[in-house]
Design a protein around this ligand. Structure first.
Ligand SMILES: [Zn+2]
Ligand SMILES: [Zn+2]
Length: 160
């Protein structure tokens, strides 16, 4: 999709995800195909309940406890099996080898590096996740963009 890596500016402040930018943003990502259901949700850290994340190299890391959300491996969707992401149309975020450096961090146009994160995923009739989109929103100035644009989800075996 054109413009997936462009920031759009929305309302700033804490009034977040329902109408503040992430859900409409994710609504522009790939929609449902026949037999699918799309679920859109703001992301809260399941370890510490915090909702600000640093973003780098295809993954989002909780500011509160530093643990990854599991964009890359499926932990971000409760109960989902392990997965990997395959681009469908748009490119995936560039993945770097650890250790990450400051240059790998995603920043909004104003230079902030903490984001609210929302996900949209398409569920097949059997409940399996088919595709994933991830949106970022800077709470300080409302800048938002798609980070993962309708990537295909491919199951993978545990513990490669
Ligand atoms: Zn956390
Ligand atoms: Zn910002």
């Amino acid at each position: 999709m054109a413009g997936a890596e462009t920031w759009s500016i929305g309302p700033a402040g804490e009034a977040v995800t329902s109408d503040g930018g992430l859900v409409p943003l994710l609504g522009r990502a790939g929609g449902a195909e026949p037999g699918e259901r799309v679920v859109t949700a703001p992301v809260v850290c399941r370890h510490c309940d915090w909702n600000r994340f640093e973003v780098a190299a295809g993954e989002c890391y909780c500011e509160g406890c530093c643990l990854p959300l599991g964009i890359e491996d499926g932990d971000v969707v409760p109960g989902a099996p392990m997965w990997r992401l395959v681009p469908s149309g748009a490119r995936l975020p560039p993945v770097r080898e650890a250790p990450l450096t400051a240059a790998d961090m995603v920043r909004c146009p104003a230079g902030h590096d903490l984001f609210e994160v929302g996900v949209a995923y398409a569920l097949a009739g059997d409940g399996g996740v088919r595709r994933l989109s991830v949106g970022l929103r800077c709470p300080l100035d409302g800048a938002s963009r798609l980070y993962v644009d309708n990537a295909r989800v491919v199951p993978r075996a545990c513990c490669p």
